[in-house]
Design a binder for this molecule. Structure first.
Ligand code: URA
Length: 210
């Protein structure tokens, strides 16, 4: 597994406002969307392309377009949905699948409650969206499902990560073609599985249910 922490002042600025408890849901959603687009720019650095011949108004030239099969973007419900628009803004031709994962707050184990994506992901590049890489349980389970279906290149885009979650991903996904792109790796997880300093419950802050 590869870890890529995007070091950019605009990323740091938006992340600071997301962390601030005074930021309301509408602002949180807008900033999360903008932050995802910045992360998406880095996350798609290795998106596959193919050469195309085109004509400008004055000459012939060769360029690139995204290769087939189309990339698949998979937000993990529910909080990953808040990242979808920001991601597909840069990849408008991507196909979108959905994975519903829920974490048992006592055992911190993740299980799948909904899945809507192609059975066969052979040869596909997949971008998984989940705002918080906390214990790693949800992302590991989601990525194992994608790899089982044949995905040969998986990039997880997360707003924030905890070192404990990164370690679990490195251990459980060793030797797999997985990259994690994040705005920051925070200090630690608390006893309730929250990232510290973090930004609180991403789903609640996105959807105003706090
Ligand atoms: N999920 C969240 O929404 N926040 C955390 O800090 C950890 C997991």
């Amino acid at each position: 597994m590869r870890l890529h922490v995007v070091d950019h002042p605009l990323v740091a600025h938006k992340l600071t406002t997301l962390r601030d408890q005074r930021t309301d849901s509408a602002t949180f959603r807008r900033l999360a969307d903008e932050l995802v687009t910045l992360l998406a720019y880095e996350a798609t650095r290795d998106v596959r392309t193919e050469a195309v011949d085109i004509r400008t108004p004055v000459a012939s030239t060769t360029g690139v377009k995204l290769a087939r099969p189309r990339p698949l973007v998979v937000p993990i419900l529910r909080a990953g949905l808040g990242m979808l628009d920001g991601m597909v803004r840069l990849l408008p031709t991507a196909e979108v699948g959905f994975l519903g994962m829920i974490r048992n707050e006592e055992t911190l184990q993740a299980s799948t409650y909904a899945s809507r994506m192609p059975e066969d992901l052979s040869g596909r590049q997949v971008y998984v969206l989940d705002p918080m890489l906390a214990t790693g349980g949800t992302l590991v389970a989601a990525i194992q499902e994608l790899i089982k279906r044949g995905a040969d290149d998986v990039t997880a885009v997360v707003l924030l990560a905890a070192p404990e979650g990164v370690e679990v991903m490195e251990r459980e996904l060793a030797g797999t073609p997985v990259t994690v792109v994040t705005a920051a790796v925070d200090d630690h997880l608390n006893e309730h599985g929250y990232i510290i300093p973090g930004l609180g419950d991403a789903g609640d802050r996105l959807y105003g249910s706090a």
